[in-house]
Design a protein. Structure first.
Length: 172
């Protein structure tokens, strides 16, 4: 029973990683076609969602081309510089760095303020390193460009007031 549950969890994670790669590749292509596009994505085991004012045809066309490019070996498309993984890595390192500098001898306000330049320096350096770490984490942990037999089964547009969402459903 536990083995079955673990197997299901592993497969769900693998599906999210493949869909995350396809999401990034789709956003890369949309960004090339529509220069001032503002789009945000979120991956799930069933596919991914793109939030942004896009036509359904544009999303479907970009997703299909992205899938074909990933299957053809374009692994670079699976990593995106504005992925949330980068923000999490940078924020975590900056927060830990600030915590380490401020925690050991935080006795009074003047001592705390005296450490502020060091905190700012550490947080800035951690943010820079965190961006690079985020790219590495995408490559090794949060995306998988080896999409195998993944296929797009539907693209559904939903509108929530001014927000437009496209749900890209996948199988495989």
């Amino acid at each position: 029973m536990a083995e079955t549950l673990l197997s299901r969890v592993r497969e769900m994670v693998a599906q999210v990683r493949r869909n995350h790669a396809l999401e990034h590749a789709t956003i890369h292509l949309l960004s090339q076609r529509y220069r001032n596009i503002r789009v945000v994505g979120r991956s799930t085991p069933r596919g991914f969602v793109l939030y942004g004012d896009l036509s359904t045809d544009a999303v479907l066309e970009a997703a299909q081309e992205a899938l074909a490019l990933l299957k053809a070996g374009r692994q670079d498309l699976a990593v995106h510089p504005f992925c949330g993984t980068n923000a999490v890595a940078a924020g975590t390192l900056a927060g830990l760095g600030a915590f380490l500098v401020l925690t050991p001898r935080r006795r009074n306000l003047s001592e705390w303020l005296g450490r502020l330049p060091t905190v700012l320096l550490i947080a800035t350096l951690a943010s820079i390193v965190g961006q690079r770490l985020g790219l590495a984490l995408q490559t090794t942990l949060t995306t998988d460009p080896r999409v195998g037999n993944l296929r797009i089964v539907a693209v559904v547009r939903e509108e929530y007031g001014p927000t437009v969402a496209h749900y890209v459903y996948t199988e495989g």
